[in-house]
Design a protein around this ligand. Structure first.
Ligand code: SAH
Ligand code: ZN
Ligand code: ZN
Ligand code: ZN
Ligand code: ZN
Length: 425
């Protein structure tokens, strides 16, 4: 499909062992955005293949990345009064194109500062299920960058983190002694208007597809190889509706590229990584990356009503940092109440109490959790032990009779509608 190789899914229905397998778009969770569909065993005729190829060609952006870089250079040469940005087409306009966009809304006098903050200029693609673009609040972005600096990293592979990339790029161009570099990999091609081919690759993180082909892949490889692959970290903040399995597979491929540097010393190491994702995906992420642990830091967003620091007291964000770095190295800000647990050897949120019985700081959501002796673990403060279900749950839950497990994944503790493994099917 236009977003690169499709993924193989399986349709299962209750009770049946084997489901029928089919290919569908890797990135679009809404059939309205991409309706690619093919049974695994389906024979596709030559004419349909040709039509598909044509369709894919027609659904590529109107300018190539190279052309956009050229356009940007020309745009910079224009006097301020001639620098326009079409809000409807989300495109920098050259004077010859004004005519064509005459009945569109546009911004004028685009300054260099604005060009250096494309994430402010472009509107976030939040409505589309495909992009789910939620930008870091300044506080969180600054925290991530400071952390990366303190840990001594010099290069950041920014996978779906345009705002972090932007912060790094703009500091690098302003401060002489700022040594960090970043390469942005993102599916949002609008960014190609603002970054060169060494700064941005059009990339799909659900199928590890570089739209720019071998040249783009090489850019990424070179970036990871610099200084023998030392002092590089990957930071990613994927759409939360995304399939963890597909993401993990792509991230492992990026890690494998890094590993090929085979520098002595890190033969058995993994490329350092921050994977930013909601806490309720913890078990899924650990399934694919057993070396990871979840940090208590709550990541806040600008355009996400639920996940941001309200003016009136704090809304709790469920988004966390998962990392393969040693947890004790990830220092969380004391001003925000985080403190070090000497037993767990990691920083925890202020409400997170060390439980003697679990021998760990057990809260996942920042509130103080309580230990249930019957469940032999800590549970949310709002839960009570239910003798019917033989586990803790909300007071007003409806008791499950025989098998309390989830219909999708078989695990206990949630129902089908809230299953973290729920995908296309
Ligand atoms: N908090 C981040 C943005 C995260 S939103 C920041 O402020 O920098 C998710 C990002 O992933 C968006 O930039 C979106 O364009 C990108 N994205 C969504 N689907 C993608 C895909 N299939 N492949 C690569 N990037 C994707
Ligand atoms: Zn598609
Ligand atoms: Zn502890
Ligand atoms: Zn406990
Ligand atoms: Zn219990």
């Amino acid at each position: 499909c236009p977003l690169g190789p499709a993924l193989l899914f399986v349709k299962t229905s209750q009770g049946k062992e084997e489901g029928r397998r089919f290919y569908a778009c890797s990135a679009c969770r809404d059939r309205k955005d991409c309706n690619f569909f093919q049974w695994e065993d389906e024979k596709v005729s030559e004419t349909r293949l040709a039509a598909r190829e044509e369709y894919n060609r027609n659904h590529q952006p109107s300018f190539t990345h190279r052309q956009n870089v050229e356009r940007y250079k020309n745009f910079l040469l224009l006097p301020l009064s001639k620098r326009r940005f079409c809000q409807e087409c989300q495109q920098l306009l050259l004077p010859a194109e004004w005519e064509k966009h005459s009945d569109h809304q546009f911004l004028c006098d685009i300054s260099v500062a604005q060009l250096k903050s494309p994430s402010q200029l472009l509107y976030p693609l939040e409505n589309k299920k495909t992009n789910a673009q939620y930008l870091f609040a300044d506080r969180s972005c600054q925290f991530l960058l400071d952390l990366i600096l303190d840990l001594g990293f010099r290069r950041v592979l920014s996978v779906g983190t345009p705002r972090l990339h932007e912060m790094i790029q703009s500091k690098a161009s302003q401060e002489d002694d700022f040594r960090i570099r970043s390469l942005l990999l993102d599916i949002d091609f609008r960014y190609s208007q603002f970054y060169t081919e060494d700064e941005f690759c059009h990339y799909n993180m659900f199928n590890h597809y570089f739209f720019g082909g071998e040249a783009a892949r090489e850019t990424c490889r070179k970036f990871l190889y610099q200084d023998n692959g030392e002092r590089v970290i990957m930071v990613t903040d994927p759409p939360f509706g995304g399939l963890v399995e597909a993401l993990a597979s792509s991230f492992k491929k990026l890690m494998a590229i890094w590993k090929e540097t085979e520098k002595e010393g890190h033969n058995n190491q993994e490329m350092p990584m921050f994977w930013i994702f909601p806490y309720f995906f913890e078990s899924r992420i650990l399934e694919f990356f057993p070396s990871f642990s979840m940090m208590d830091y709550q990541v806040d967003y600008d355009n996400h009503a639920l996940y941001k620091h309200g003016k009136t007291g704090r809304r709790q964000s469920p988004v966390r940092i998962f990392t393969n770095l040693t947890p004790s190295m990830i220092v969380l800000p004391a001003e925000e109440g985080y403190r070090f647990c000497a037993i767990c050897q990691r920083y925890v949120s202020s409400g997170n109490q060390h439980c003697e019985m679990c021998n760990s700081c057990t809260s996942k959501d920042g509130r103080r959790w309580k230990h249930c002796v019957l469940c032999k673990k800590c549970v949310k403060p709002s839960w009570f032990h239910c003798n019917n279900c033989n586990c803790c749950a909300l007071q007003n839950h409806t008791c499950e009779k025989s098998d309390a497990g989830c219909f999708v994944c078989g695990k206990a503790g949630h129902k089908r509608s809230t299953c973290p493994n729920l995908s296309h099917t």
